[in-house]
Design a protein around this ligand. Sequence first.
Ligand SMILES: [Zn+2]
Length: 92
Amino acid sequence: MPIHNSRHHRKPRSLGGQTIPENISSVDIKKHQAWHTLFNNMEAPLICKMLNRIWIDPSYTFICVRKDEYEDGESISDLEMKYYFNLYKKRR
Ligand SMILES: [Zn+2]
């Protein structure tokens, strides 16, 4: 069972992330070290580009969208529903 004994700044301090509860995740220390080994303090869009370029099955794409840039205030679940609906239509 993992021990969540390390605190991760979701938005890195080096990029202006604050030490406030909303920006802190409690994580297993080995996973925390692995995260920073892979991604250092990169921002989410750059991590997505790297995952897509190097690690992800080329028939998929990893998408990163800023919450405040959703069209007309759509929620993640609205975007997911639209995505799966379009996927369903393509496969028919
Ligand atoms: Zn961290």
